[in-house]
Design a protein around this ligand. Structure first.
Ligand SMILES: [Zn+2]
Length: 136
């Protein structure tokens, strides 16, 4: 039988940095995380995949932040968070309005149906009445 071991597929692009191994007793590929400190907002780094319960392995993935980005990114993040909150509020408001509209629409339809039904019943009554008159 053909039982050759499957070749390890190392098809990563030429420029990609290899994922480093952490310094646990049995080293594992480090996981890519994002820093949100004021000194390195949004800068990615490698850390132990086990987090705080793992080893203290640490290695920056992104190049050092430039001073301008350090100043700009926290402000942009605050702005984005504010906008996200606004969008959420607007979505909730819209949903509330739509539900109200739908209720109104349903009520209108029911009223129209009721009116039609009433009209039919009236006609029937009139017919019955005239028939009764004829028979008398
Ligand atoms: Zn580790």
């Amino acid at each position: 039988m053909n039982s050759s071991p499957s070749s390890s597929s190392s098809s990563s692009s030429a420029n990609a940095k290899p994922v480093p191994l952490c310094s646990c007793d049995s080293p594992m590929p480090a996981s890519l995380k994002t820093s949100w400190t004021s000194d390195n907002p949004g800068r990615r780094f490698y850390g132990c995949i086990l987090g705080r319960s793992g080893c203290t392995f640490f290695d920056w993935y992104d190049p050092p932040m430039c001073a301008r980005a350090k100043v700009l990114i926290p402000g942009l993040l605050r702005k984005i968070n504010g906008l996200e909150k606004q969008v959420e509020e607007m979505q909730q408001e819209m949903q509330r309005k739509m539900q109200k509209e739908m209720r109104k629409e349903i009520q209108r339809e029911m009223e129209m149906e009721l009116e039609l039904e009433l009209e039919k019943q009236k006609e029937k009554l009139m017919e019955m009445h005239s028939e009764m008159l004829r028979k008398m």
